[in-house]
Ligand binder design. Structure first.
Ligand code: GTP
Ligand code: MG
Length: 197
C-alpha cells in the first residue's frame, strides 16, 4: 500500500467541504512546524506530496490524500501558531477541533510532538478533546535526528508516563525522523494494524 498510489484529493476550509465519510482516515495533528506534512511525505516516500516549509503555518487547510483507494491520510494545519492573525488561528483551531471531534471514519489521530520540546499546554488541550470525544490517538515524537539517543529514550519515557495518567489507554509512543527515515516502519505498522482492527 505504501509504495502504491497516493493522490491529493482536496483541501478543505470548513466542515461542509469534507469528503464523504466512506473511507477510513488517519490524521496528523500537532503544533505548527512539528513535521506533520513531512511525515506524510516520508511515509509515502513522496517528497512534495504535502507541502512543507521552514516557516510555521504552511498547511492552512485540512488536506485529504487518497492512499490507493484503501484509506486516507489527512494533513491538518498546526494548532497554536501565534504569528498568524487571531481570527485565522481561531478559524483553523475550530475547524481542526470540529474535524477531530466529529468524524465517524477517523480511525486514529497521530498526535505529533517535537522530541526536543515535549508536551506543551496546547497538546494537552488537543489530547483532552480526543479523550473526551473517545477518538483513538497515538503520540509520535518527531525530529529525533536533532537530539541524542539518550534524550530520545528519556522523552519517550516522559511522554508515555504522561499518557498513562490520561483516562483512556493509548498505543505506544513512536519515535521518528522523517529526515532520516527512522520509526516510519512502526507508523506504517500502526496504520495497517488499525485498518485490520
Ligand atoms: P505546519 O503545516 O506549518 O503546521 O507545519 P508541519 O507540522 O506540517 O511541519 P513541516 O512538515 O512543514 O516541517 C516543518 C519543518 O521541519 C521543515 O523545515 C521540515 O524540513 C522540518 N522537519 C520535518 N521533519 C523533520 C525531521 O524528522 N528532522 C528534521 N531535522 N527536520 C524535520
Ligand atoms: Mg504542514
Amino acid at each position: 500500500i505504501f509504495s502504491g498510489e497516493a493522490t491529493f484529493m482536496k483541501g478543505v476550509v470548513d466542515m461542509a467541504g469534507l469528503p464523504p465519510s466512506d473511507l477510513g482516515e488517519f490524521a496528523f495533528a500537532g503544533r505548527s512546524n512539528v513535521g506533520k506534512s513531512s511525515i506524510l511525505n516520508a511515509l509515502m516516500n513522496r517528497k512534495g506530496l504535502a507541502r512543507t516549509s521552514n516557516t510555521p503555518g504552511r498547511t492552512q487547510e485540512v488536506n485529504f490524500f487518497d492512499i490507493g483507494g484503501s484509506f486516507r491520510l489527512v494533513d491538518l494545519p498546526g494548532y497554536g501558531y501565534a504569528r498568524a492573525s487571531r481570527t485565522k488561528v481561531d478559524a483553523w483551531t475550530e475547524l481542526i477541533f470540529d474535524y477531530l471531534r466529529g468524524r465517524p471514519n477517523l480511525l486514529r489521530v497521530f498526535v505529533l510532538i517535537d522530541s526536543r520540546h515535549g508536551i506543551k499546554p496546547v497538546d494537552e488541550e488537543g489530547m483532552a478533546l480526543l479523550d473526551e470525544s473517545a477518538v483513538s490517538y497515538q503520540v509520535i515524537l518527531t525530529k529525533i535526528d536533532k537530539i541524542k539517543e539518550s534524550g530520545v529514550a528519556r522523552r519517550v519515557a516522559e511522554v508515555s508516563e504522561a499518557l498513562a495518567s490520561r483516562p483512556a489507554a493509548h498505543p505506544e509512543v513512536l519515535a521518528t525522523s522523517s529526515e532520516k527515515g527512522r520509526g516510519l516502519k512502526e507508523v506504517r505498522g500502526a496504520i495497517l494494524g488499525a485498518l485490520e482492527g
